[in-house]
Design a binder for this molecule. Structure first.
Ligand code: HPA
Length: 248
């Protein structure tokens, strides 16, 4: 089954016919909320709001291990994560939708692995390509059918938050090769890989990164929701088509 993790601006799926909600306990504690099960055009899907349904959990306090574990344990095979980002690359202006293909992790102090028990063998995962190529392609194909522009590829920088970056930090991220910046992409992607889940992300650019474009003098937080709302309508449309094509 396909699972969707909704981020800022997507704490529910309008086109989801809900069948039930289920509270899941995991060996890693509580997920961000109950899992929502339902169907989109008769196709089963499960949904979890990453920041909780009232958006109360900040990025550094999300229990990523519990979230991914709960989806895995309930039978998810593939996970699409929706995340809002600041645009660094010149073409990543507010409103654009991107399917990133790489990650640089700057987060710290977050429980980031399932393989830290001393009784277990040391386990390494291959993370050369952090996002699942087939799932990325499927999202891009769905966007094509939906006639919604969706950019193929980009480097996602995962920052600790919850504060936004300084202009100099964004300059550094750009020098590092990052194209967009967010706060939730890691350890989520790595944990999905540890569990053997196919994982891809839909990144929605909701602001120019600090010091860029209209954020040269500062980021106007009130403008973010005005950008996010119409973009999330497009994301829902794309997700609906991905779910229809899902056979996992
Ligand atoms: N920086 C980090 N995370 C974000 C941003 C940003 O500018 N916009 C949305 N999430």
């Amino acid at each position: 089954m396909l699972a969707i993790i909704g981020g800022t601006g997507l704490d529910q799926l309008g086109n989801l016919k809900i069948t039930h909600r289920q509270v899941i306990r995991t060996p890693y504690g509580e997920p961000s909320g109950a899992l929502t099960f339902g169907t989109i055009n008769q196709h089963e899907v499960m949904f979890l709001a990453r920041h909780g349904y009232g958006h109360t959990i900040p990025p550094h306090e999300v229990n990523y291990r519990a979230n991914l574990w709960a989806l895995y344990e309930q039978g998810a095979k593939r996970v699409i994560a929706v995340a809002s980002v600041g645009g660094i690359r010149a073409d990543l202006i507010p409103g654009k939708i991107v399917i990133p293909d790489q990650i640089i992790d700057y987060t710290h102090g977050r429980p980031f692995t399932y393989f830290d028990g001393h009784e277990r063998l040391v386990t390494h995962i291959d993370f050369t390509h952090p996002y699942d190529l087939a799932l990325r392609k499927q999202i891009l194909a769905a966007a094509d059918i939906a006639k919604e522009e969706c950019l193929d590829g980009g480097v996602y920088a995962a920052m600790q938050g919850p504060r936004l970056e300084t202009a100099a930090e964004i300059d550094r991220l750009e020098r590092d090769g990052a194209h967009m910046v967010g706060m939730t992409g890691m350890p989520e992607a790595a944990l999905a890989r540890e569990l053997g889940l196919s994982y891809a992300a839909i990144a929605v650019v909701v602001n120019f990164a600090a010091g860029r474009g209209k954020s040269r003098e500062g980021i106007h937080l009130d403008a973010i929701s005005k950008i996010a709302e119409p973009a999330m309508v497009k994301v829902r449309k794309i997700l609906g088509l991905v779910v229809e094509a899902d056979d996992s």
